[in-house]
Design a protein around this ligand. Structure first.
Ligand code: CUA
Length: 158
């Protein structure tokens, strides 16, 4: 089969670029240890339901006035399903999964986490506007993914 000289050059050039770009992805994944976009904190997903902070998820006030919300995202439910937090205070969400990849998005806010089993996803946000916020899972996690939702109730300061 006759392939024109310049066409051959371009085929080699395109193949070379593929190798170069794929190599860059592989090298940076290992050198930069690719991980979920959060701080890197690992947990054993097999035991989070029975031991440690995620066994009793909920809202806890810290000594500095901040609030920590510990949560589990698991097959088709957030635990706790309803969270009550005060307005105007920094709220730190710590969330992990015992099963598969889930999402944690508080609609109408900047809070949007990927929740991977084995990792703790953490972010801090302050809600100035009291009211109810819908929490949705935005990573496809199974047949009832579309039913997986929770509620954040931001209460006005007393
Ligand atoms: Cu959990 Cu989709």
């Amino acid at each position: 089969m006759h392939v024109d000289r310049f066409e051959r050059y371009w085929m080699w050039a395109a193949s070379g670029m593929l190798v170069l770009f794929l190599g860059a992805i592989v090298i940076t994944a290992f050198a930069g240890s690719a991980h979920p976009p959060s701080h890197v904190e690992t947990v054993n997903p097999d035991t989070i339901r029975v031991a440690g902070e995620f066994a009793a998820p909920g809202v806890a006030a810290g000594p500095d006035g901040g609030v920590t919300v510990t949560m589990r995202a698991e097959f088709y439910v957030f635990r706790p399903e309803v969270i009550r937090v005060p307005a105007g205070k920094p709220i730190t969400f710590r969330i992990t999964s015992p099963d598969v990849l889930h999402g944690f998005q508080i609609v109408g806010s900047n809070v949007n986490l990927t929740v991977a089993p084995g990792y703790v996803s953490e972010t801090t946000a302050t809600f100035t506007r009291p009211g109810e916020y819908l929490i949705v899972c935005n990573e496809y996690c199974g047949l009832a993914h579309h039913l997986m939702q929770g509620k954040l109730i931001v209460e006005a300061a007393q």
